[in-house]
Design a protein. Structure first.
Length: 220
């Protein structure tokens, strides 16, 4: 009986020792270093770095040549002055009217007439006339536009430059140059005219003149 008991005891110890060795071997496998781990961060860094020609979403960044305006070569037409109320003399500065919309709205949503000097599928050149405002508007070319669109945009800007000189003297030309350079002008009297807003951005240039001129500027 004691022999059987001793035998059982010895077998139990051997089984326990075997389980302990298995557990140790398992632990060693768990902590065994990964020889490839040193390469993982480097591969991740390369993949996360965008290439110079793509944005953060991987889309190709579109490049283009900025439009240059040679304002100095556009001359001085300030000697051909016109009144802001002489619409029949103002329109020829933009060319021939292609169409007009008598149900349009001005800058402040007042009833107005829009005169278009370009076909609807071409970069626009407009005059908007109402009881209170005269607005000059033209297409402001983007660097990625076609050469033809850029040339038309520059031609529109030149006409607006010369018309602004006729309405406001040499300061009118300077105003257009500032607009083309990215400046935004609001509520300022220039060359005897109240400039409500003047800016070029988002494919559009607009010069809004308040017909009440200096009188309203002094009252404001």
């Amino acid at each position: 009986m004691w022999n059987n008991t001793l035998q059982t005891f010895v077998v139990s110890i051997m089984m326990a020792a075997g389980l302990s060795l298995s557990a140790c071997n398992g632990s060693q496998k768990d902590v065994e270093p990964d020889t490839n781990s040193d390469n993982a961060p480097a591969a991740e860094t390369v993949q996360s770095s965008p290439t110079p020609d793509t944005d953060m979403d991987g889309a190709t960044v579109e490049q283009g040549t900025p439009v240059k305006y040679d304002v100095a070569s556009w001359g001085n037409s300030s000697d051909k002055s016109v009144s802001i109320h002489e619409l029949d003399k103002i329109k020829p500065a933009y060319g021939k009217v292609v169409s007009n919309d008598e149900n349009s709205l001005d800058y402040a949503s007042n009833p107005a007439t829009k005169y278009r000097f370009m076909d609807t599928d071409a970069p626009y050149l407009d005059l908007i006339d109402s009881e209170k405002y005269l607005e000059l508007g033209w297409y402001y070319a983007n660097p990625t536009d076609s050469d033809k669109e850029k040339e038309l945009s520059k031609a529109h800007a030149k006409k607006s430059y010369q018309l602004a000189q006729q309405l406001m003297g040499v300061d009118g030309g300077k105003l257009i140059a500032e607009m083309l350079g990215g400046q935004i002008i609001k509520n300022k009297t220039i060359g005897g005219q109240k400039v409500e807003l003047a800016k070029c951005e988002f494919y559009s240039c607009m010069l809004v003149l308040n017909k009440s001129g200096e009188q309203q500027a002094d009252a404001s």
